[in-house]
Design a protein around this ligand. Structure first.
Ligand code: SF4
Length: 50
């Protein structure tokens, strides 16, 4: 499956709602997903609900 990434994920399906997302450390904007920095507001087609 090809990655379809967007900086503005659909409501309720953003990185913040995804089980792959590690929340940002205090003071940082981006969290981590599979060793890549991603903003909590992004989204992609590998989304899996927490
Ligand atoms: S799998 Fe996609 S939606 Fe989930 S945290 Fe990673 S980039 Fe965001």
């Amino acid at each position: 499956m090809d990655l379809k990434f967007t900086l503005s994920g659909p409501r309720g399906k953003t990185c913040a709602d995804c089980s792959h997302f590690q929340a940002p450390k205090p003071g940082l904007l981006n969290g981590m997903c599979f060793n890549h920095e991603v903003p909590a507001t992004a989204g992609c087609n590998f989304f899996r609900k927490k």
